[in-house]
Structure formats: C-alpha cells, structure tokens
Design a protein around this ligand. Sequence first.
Ligand code: CP
Length: 307
Amino acid sequence: MKDLLGIRELKKEAIEDILKTASAFKDVLRRDIKKVPTLRGKTVVNLFFEPSTRTRTSFELAEKRMSMDVLNFSIPASSVVKGESLLDTIKTIESYEIDFMVIRHSSSGVPNLIAAHTKASVINAGDGINEHPTQALLDAFTIMEKKGRIEGLEVAIVGDIMHSRVARSNIYCLTRLGAKIRLIGPPTLIPAEFLSHEQIKVFYRMEEGLKDVDVIMMLRLQLERQGKGFFPTVGEYFKIWGLTKERLGLAKPDAIVMHPGPMNRGIEIASEVADGPQSVILEQVTNGIAIRMAVMYLLSPPQGGKS
Ligand code: CP
C-alpha cells in the first residue's frame, strides 16, 4: 500500500496489523530514549491547510521519534497565498525527493487527488467531512487498551455525525472490527447512509441510546461546517444531546468516555465528565503518536526503493 487515504478501503487484517505495530511502538515511547532509527534518511512534509493541534503535533513527534527529516509547510507563509495552485505546490515540494506527505484539507478528496499526482506516500490527516483515518485508528487502539477487545462492544457515537470525518472513519473501523455502533444525535445531523446498516442502530434521544453502552464517543459540534437550522440553539443542544454526569450513569459502570478534540465544553460535553475518572481523552492524544509511527512504518517501502 502506497498511501493511507481512509479506513473505508482497509481490510480488517490491515487495521489489526496497524494496531499490533502501534503496540510495539508504544513500548518504544515508554523508554527513556524514545527515538528509533527506523526511518532515518526518509523525508516527510506536513501540509496542514486547516488548523490542527493534536494531529499536527503528534505527526511531527512521531516523525521525529522515527528519525525522519521533517518539513513543516506553513500555508500562510507560502506562495499558496499568492495564488499558486494546489498541484503546483505539491509538484514543487515533490522536487525535494519527499518520501511522505501528511495532508489536512477542508475539502473532501484532496489527499486522494494529491496521491494520484505524487510518488510520495500520502497520509490523510483529515479531509473535509470525509475521513480522518489515523484518528479512528488511535481511537480503536485506545478502546483495545482499555477494554481488551472491540468485537461485540456497544459503542455510542454522539452528536454531529453529518459533518464529522472522525465519525465516518470510526464507523468504518469499528464495524470492521466487530463492534456494534449506536449513532445518537438530532435527526438533522445523522446522514441517511447510516440508517439501514446491520451493525448500526440510530437513536435520537440520549436516554435511550446510552443505555448499557461500553464506550461513549462524543463529537465536536462542527459549527464551521454547518449552515443554520440543524438544531435550535447550542444551549438547547447541550440540554438534549450534551453528555452530563447523569447521562453517563446510563452507560455501563465501566464505560469509557472519548472525544477526538478539540472539545466544546458545555456544548457537547460537561467539564466534570471530560475531566472525570471515566474519560480517556488525553490517552487518545498520547496514543496518536504510536499509531502515526506505525502507519508511516508500514507504508515505508522495503530497503531498495519504491517499486
Ligand atoms: N482530533 C483532531 O483532529 O484534533 P486536531 O484538529 O487538533 O488535530
């Protein structure tokens, strides 16, 4: 495989291979010296056309832990602002004999377009409302660590499913690994494509959907991608679909609470839940490094060059 563009096209075995490899890299990250020479001599460029905290920093750390040469391409300081096209930008960067391109973009499909025009391995770091594959992989890794399995678990994904690339990638990833998915949210924010899937149940009320779940994955309300009219007000949204301590009590007592970040505290999740004992939100962030190391390792061609 040259690129990681999404989870949709990955087989169960490929996902399991990434999770197993990430587990080995997590052991490396527990050592005093956290760096390995595995990808020494390889060059990566991080192209983030959209803001990011977690994904950008953990890719950069993963790259440095693997001893790669790292270029962080700053979009506002580049000739993109003078009108240089996306493909001219990519071709220019490719002239430096780049091995990996990590791409985040507000338009769905941009990583696929770039992958078709470069010999470098392209990793999708989130494209529009389409996919965020490394987020889903780190989420699956975190669930495995906490629950010891994914098969048969009841996983609630709550909120703005419609505009969430994290939700899409997680639905593809977790169903392939055998989880049962419950989507909970306003009817206006649940896409029709998920209404008739044998591993997915849809709920419009938290009180029904959260009953006895093993995992609650809250989603950010993506106000920047929405028009108006999906729900009355953000205050109303929290009242009906916000995760409070009382609602968390409907889940299994050992349920874990996840959120990809950044969180809107008091809009989709109460602070006492986000910071509470069942939250694994910061562990998700930690696991992002091992997952991204694993992805780059597995995409790296064997010694002797790309075929
Ligand atoms: N989860 C996630 O993609 O967060 P960032 O936007 O901060 O990278």
